[in-house]
Design a protein around this ligand. Structure first.
Ligand code: SAH
Ligand code: SF4
Length: 364
């Protein structure tokens, strides 16, 4: 069963079992292979030292181990690491690792993953949106971003860990480049493989999918057995403004989106997160805050406020601090659960699609 140019992470755990049995090998070998692959332990099949040499050779002929190659990596002063990775067809994607402090066992290492090269939704403030959609990423390319950081965070036998504190990835957020729910089946295969006990073993509750608001897919997500978190990029509480900021709102306006979120919360028992990026002079006034509170009234929800990361378009900049505080205050007054999120990695252009945008410009 040759996989062509694809990587072994492009197939499910069950398909790895089938591959191993089609190669005439006993099933326990499949478990050994998955362990090597999903612990990010090795860079080639040949390093899988507990496999017999003929099997390693057969695996090399059947599949690639990795499908992503590092182009550039930068570390921000706040510890956020951003990597630009290249797919086998030359497309580049961004992924980031964020550390959140806390007591030792509460420390979080979150990988922010891209699901498409580019994005077709076209939000005017977003660097990725300006690049258009190139293609969907494969499950292996999605998983490969997590494995890239998993192997970087693995304690080295020689103790040389560089600046990174070694440890396990605790969370995955699908908030990198692209609209995850526009690539549903590849996204979902990646989620299931990351979750599978014999693969990456990451709890479904530790994964969050961020969407611009594709209503049919939100409904589908609500029916899935694995309960991953849902974050909806709202950014506006009325259709006129949201049509501009998140153009897919023309297709799925708020009167469809909000009921779909209510249904998601009812069916899964989970709280929905709303991302609200504050753009000075656009969506950040106290009356915008009031409309937001009214829109999500009665919904089991949490609002994450983010201040805009400046991209090429100067119209979409962050508001002054006092405006941000007044917005937050108004939400609190209306009893909305709200968190002000600190932007991460600003000095390394860690905003969605920014590093890649720069790379493409430099490259042309
Ligand atoms: N396409 C999905 C997930 C990727 S974008 C979505 O839109 O939800 C992840 C988040 O980054 C979204 O909430 C998006 O609105 C936000 N974002 C994009 N560009 C930004 C910018 N310049 N400043 C602040 N947030 C931005
Ligand atoms: Fe696409 Fe999300 Fe960027 Fe909008 S914000 S263009 S949906 S990646």
């Amino acid at each position: 069963m040759p996989l062509g140019p694809q990587s072994i992470t492009d197939i499910t755990g069950t398909q790895i079992d089938e591959l191993v049995s089609s190669l005439g090998e006993p099933l326990y070998r499949s478990g050994q292979i998955k362990k090597w692959v999903y612990q990010g332990l090795v860079n080639s099949f040949d390093e899988m030292t507990n496999l017999p040499a003929p099997l390693r050779r057969k695996l090399m002929e059947a599949a690639k181990l990795r499908s992503l190659e590092l182009v550039k990596q930068t570390t921000s002063t706040d510890g956020t690491v951003k990597a630009l990775l290249k797919c086998t067809d030359g497309k580049t994607i961004e992924t980031a690792l964020m550390h959140y402090g806390g007591e030792e066992n509460k420390e979080r290492r979150t990988v922010c993953v891209s699901t498409q090269a580019g994005c077709g939704i076209g939000c005017p403030f977003c660097a990725t949106g300006q690049q258009g959609l190139e293609r969907n990423l494969t499950p292996g390319e999605i998983i490969g971003q997590v494995l890239y950081f998993a192997s970087l965070l693995r304690p080295r036998p020689d103790g040389a860990d560089g600046k990174l504190v070694p440890g396990r990835i605790s969370n995955v957020v699908f908030m990198g480049m692209g609209e995850p729910l526009a690539n549903y089946s590849n996204l979902w295969q990646a989620v299931e493989t990351l979750n599978a006990p014999d693969c990456f073993k990451l709890g479904a509750r530790n994964m969050t999918i961020s969407t611009s608001g594709l209503v049919p897919q939100i409904k589908r997500l609500a029916q899935e057995k694995l309960q991953v978190g849902l974050a909806v990029s709202l950014h506006a509480a009325d259709n006129t403004l949201r049509n501009k900021l998140v153009p897919v709102n023309r297709k799925y306006p708020l009167e469809q989106l909000i009921p779909a979120c209510r249904e998601y919360s009812r069916l899964t028992g989970r709280r929905v997160s709303f991302e609200y990026t504050l753009f000075g002079g656009i969506n950040a006034s106290v009356s915008h805050a009031r409309s937001l509170a009214a829109l999500i009234d009665g919904l089991n929800a949490h609002v994450n406020l983010i201040t805009a990361n400046k991209t090429g378009d100067a119209v979409y900049g962050p508001p002054p601090k006092r405006v941000v505080l007044a917005f937050e205050h108004e939400l609190l007054r209306s009893h909305v659960n709200v968190t002000m999120r600190e932007p991460r990695g600003q000095d390394i252009e860690a905003g969605c699609g920014q590093l890649r945008g720069r790379y493409l410009k430099e490259d042309s």
